[in-house]
Design a protein around this ligand. Structure first.
Ligand SMILES: NC(=O)c1ccc[n+]([C@@H]2O[C@H](COP(=O)([O-])OP(=O)(O)OC[C@H]3O[C@@H](n4cnc5c(N)ncnc54)[C@H](O)[C@@H]3O)[C@@H](O)[C@H]2O)c1
Length: 248
């Protein structure tokens, strides 16, 4: 059975992805910050094709290796890493605190790089593996008032390209999945923190041709598609699932 590590799997897109991978026959190690939610996800995975939860703050440099080691202990393989843990806040450059910038980059970018780096030697040893970086439409266009987040997601897109450039010939795939605004706790918090939350939510929906927010199941389905060996020639690039936001 193929095995996957999904970070950020206690909530939102990551949780939906862990469960969709479970439905598609994967054994899944789910990670995230909240142990209660993690145990719920673990139960749901065990009712599918098996899985476990291991919590941990990914800004602690020991955690990426602990996650990889646990997946190897459980299944002896690491076929897929989905880097989905992420945080977000609104700030244009004149509003940005450097400490907040560092924290966001540590979670969104450095942790994704560290998890991929920890998984890579085992993937190379077993002859292949896939890294999916959950980036964003905000890594492609400059969404206003979120300079730190946009930068982190643009860098994640480049991280996938770099991994593909360096390791595709050794059986490694790295692909960015770029969701548009999707209804999750992260987005609900962003809406609530806007000066006029209702107007902000309307703007988020109406700023895209689809005129609605995405659903977590839609993003999870794209990730399961990218993870499949059937699209083994898909490498280094982005799969954008954003209701058309980046095409207008
Ligand atoms: N929701 C959207 O509209 C949207 C759009 C584009 C991209 N994304 C990206 O998708 C990913 C998931 O977003 P979501 O909306 O589901 O968010 P969410 O807030 O619902 O979930 C975030 C997850 O990340 C984990 N996490 C946060 N900080 C962590 C840390 N320090 N260590 C370990 N885990 C940590 C949380 O425990 C949780 O499991 C993020 O990377 C986000 O940037 C979301």
């Amino acid at each position: 059975m193929p095995s996957a590590l999904v970070t950020g799997a206690t909530s939102g897109i990551g949780k939906a992805t862990a469960l969709a991978l479970g439905d598609a026959g994967w054994w899944v190690l789910a990670s995230g910050l909240d142990p209660d939610r993690g145990r719920e996800v673990e139960k749901e995975l065990q009712a599918r094709h098996g899985g476990a939860f291991l919590g941990g703050d990914l800004t602690d440099d020991r955690v990426p290796q602990l996650l990889v080691d646990r997946l190897l202990e459980e299944t002896g393989r690491i076929d897929l890493v989905v880097n989905c843990a992420g945080i977000h806040f609104l700030a244009a450059l004149d509003e940005l605190e450097l400490e907040s910038f560092d924290r966001l980059m540590a979670v969104n970018l450095r942790a994704a790089l560290a998890v991929a780096r920890a998984a890579l030697p085992h993937m190379l040893q077993q002859g292949g593996g896939t890294v999916i970086n959950v980036a964003s439409e905000a890594g492609i266009v400059a969404v206003p008032r979120q300079v730190a987040y946009n930068l982190s997601k643009a860098a994640m897109i480049m991280l996938s390209r770099c991994i593909a450039a360096d390791y595709a010939h050794r059986g490694i795939r790295a692909v960015s999945v770029c969701p548009g605004t999707t209804r999750t706790p992260l987005v609900e918090e962003a809406i609530a923190s806007a000066p006029d939350p209702q107007a902000h939510e309307r703007m988020l929906a109406e700023s895209r041709p689809a005129r609605r927010l995405g659903a977590v199941e839609e993003i999870a389905a794209a990730i399961v598609f990218v993870a499949s060996d059937r699209v083994g020639y898909l490498n280094g690039t982005e799969v954008v699932i954003d209701g058309g936001y980046t095409v207008v």
